[in-house]
Write a protein that binds this ligand. Structure first.
Ligand code: C5P
Length: 227
């Protein structure tokens, strides 16, 4: 099975506070994006990586990747104004890579995903699933809150899972999901679900957390020190 990866990395990282584009923020002296792409590359499970960069900064992203992960099979394209559009741009670029059977869509912000998680997603695809996502059970109790700051309900936590990346898809299925969709979703599997295609879950990892807020940078530094 030939697998390509699409890495949406065009977010600005506003929630991380002032600074450069999130994907270029250093963690232990190396840009987040380089950690993310190296993590995928080191698995030897993907044949090529397409990174979606902020459209104005593709040259800068190319330079960073050429230094951090020098390989002609790492490509950069201009992303879009939403994550979904960035993934769509990556999907278009996958067409020029030659025959590809499946794609892993992996957030640059989840730069420290353990190899075992990537392996579980790929194993699911190889076993015949059209869509495979890593998940973790939700740890907090979740409330519904009305407009006036009043709790209107408590959701049954036992059926709730937080979804991570990489998410794996048969290429034809993800293409169809993107061609059919008329909505914005925060992950790709939601678009596949809308097609009525079953999405399989595998175990994620706490180390696949998304670097979003300043505290996540501290966590990332601590994680790398331990590794
Ligand atoms: O904003 P959020 O945390 O959901 O972003 C998840 C991933 O999507 C990040 O890696 C970010 O760089 C990427 N993204 C993107 N294009 C956008 C917005 C976010 O590639 N327009």
């Amino acid at each position: 099975m030939r697998i390509a990866a699409i890495v949406p990395a065009a977010g600005l990282g506003v929630r991380l506070g002032p600074g450069t584009a999130k994907a270029l923020r250093d963690v232990a002296g190396t840009p987040l994006l380089v950690h993310a792409v190296r993590g995928l590359w080191s698995t030897s499970l993907v044949e090529a990586v397409v990174v979606a960069a902020p459209p104005q900064r593709t040259g800068e992203f190319e330079d960073v990747l050429a230094r951090g992960v020098p390989d002609a099979r790492v490509h950069v394209v201009g992303g879009g104004v939403t994550r979904q559009r960035s993934v769509a741009a990556g999907l278009e670029a996958v067409d020029s890579l030659g025959p590809v059977d499946a794609v892993l869509v992996h957030d640059a912000a989840r730069a420290f995903v353990p190899v075992a998680v990537v392996e579980r997603v790929v194993a699911g695809l190889r076993a015949g699933s059209a869509a495979v996502v890593p998940v973790l059970p939700v740890a907090d109790t979740i409330k519904r809150v009305a407009d006036e700051d009043v709790v209107t309900g408590t959701v049954d936590r036992s059926t709730l899972y937080a979804v991570q990346t990489p998410q794996g898809f048969r290429l034809d299925v993800l293409r169809c999901a993107y061609a059919e969709t008329a909505v914005e979703a925060t992950d790709d599997s939601a678009l596949v679900e809308a097609l009525g295609v079953p999405v399989t879950v595998v175990e994620g990892s706490e180390e696949a957390f998304k670097v979003t807020r300043p505290l996540d940078l501290l966590l990332a530094e601590a994680l790398l020190e331990r590794r």
